[in-house]
Design a protein around this ligand. Structure first.
Ligand SMILES: [Fe+2]
Ligand SMILES: [Fe+2]
Length: 275
């Protein structure tokens, strides 16, 4: 217990002292994500921002040609992708491309956890958007981005722990797992606030595991439910087969049927082909 406290103290101290700088999100990616978050995003503006950035363009084309989207013809330009896949899918792809590889770890075990967290975030994004469509939520992109960003605090903590570990600190895996689980919501909220992302994403980062939450916040409830389905399907860092997705509070709020849950599970398992 003492050991756990001390590592938490070290992390807080690291962050507060400025030894760990908060990661700065690439300005272009941030502009793209802010435009996409709008209720009526300007697709031409988005395409132009993507085209200005070679690595973003490459990533968009790579995901457009991934097995999840694979069509008969190869997608060769961003405009091709828009025509072939439509605006909602292309904005999903752009969001994936903006977020992917934002965080990296030197330590192979921590990097492996980041990879698992990425798969989990993509699963939650796909699940939340599927639910958003089902419940006729007015902004499908917002639901997707909420999924991608909700656990950003876990990525951040893993990268801080990576820097601490590099100084030869011993860290049992269980301890790392406990710390990430316990602290990722606060750090996620702090990071998204620091990036000046719209408030709904900061709230979701903070409240997605909270015992008390705003049950009228549909975006939050859909994300919390997707998160539980992911845990139940073992999509992520921590498997939790004990989550009863058919009888949890979120299922009751959403008034979701068992058949709809089964459809959602299929969709979320399919998301594994995206990451
Ligand atoms: Fe989480
Ligand atoms: Fe999560």
């Amino acid at each position: 217990m003492e050991k756990k406290r001390s590592l938490i103290d070290i992390i807080d101290e690291y962050v507060k002292s400025g030894k760990v700088k908060l990661p700065v999100m690439d300005q272009n990616s941030l502009l793209v994500q802010k435009e996409i978050s709008k209720n009526d995003p300007d697709m031409d503006k988005i395409i132009n921002l993507i085209k200005k950035d070679i690595s973003l363009t490459t990533e968009v084309l790579k995901i457009s040609n991934s097995p999840f989207y694979k069509g008969l013809e190869q997608v060769k330009t961003v405009q091709d992708a828009v025509i072939r896949l439509g605006m909602v899918e292309v904005t999903n792809i752009v969001l994936l491309a903006c977020q992917k590889n934002s965080f990296r770890a030197q330590d192979p075990i921590l990097q492996d956890w980041m990879n698992k967290m990425w798969i989990h975030s993509v699963g939650c994004a796909v699940g939340s958007q599927w639910l958003a469509r089902y419940y006729q939520y007015d902004n499908l992109n917002e639901a997707f981005l909420a999924g991608l960003l909700h656990d950003v605090g876990a990525f951040f903590l893993l990268s801080v722990l990576d820097q601490i570990k590099a100084k030869n600190a011993t860290m049992p895996h269980k301890l790392i797992e406990d710390i990430v689980i316990k602290m990722h919501t606060n750090y996620g909220n702090m990071l998204l606030t620091d990036w000046s992302l719209p408030e709904q994403y900061c709230t979701i980062a903070r409240d997605h595991h909270a015992a008390e939450f705003d049950t009228a916040n549909l975006l939050l409830v859909m994300l919390r439910f997707s998160d539980k389905v992911c845990q139940n399907l073992n999509i992520g860092m921590v498997e939790n087969k004990d989550v009863d997705i058919f009888a949890c509070e979120e299922a009751a709020i959403l008034d979701i049927s068992d058949i709809t849950i089964a459809q959602l599970q299929i969709k979320m398992e399919d998301s594994l082909r995206l990451s």
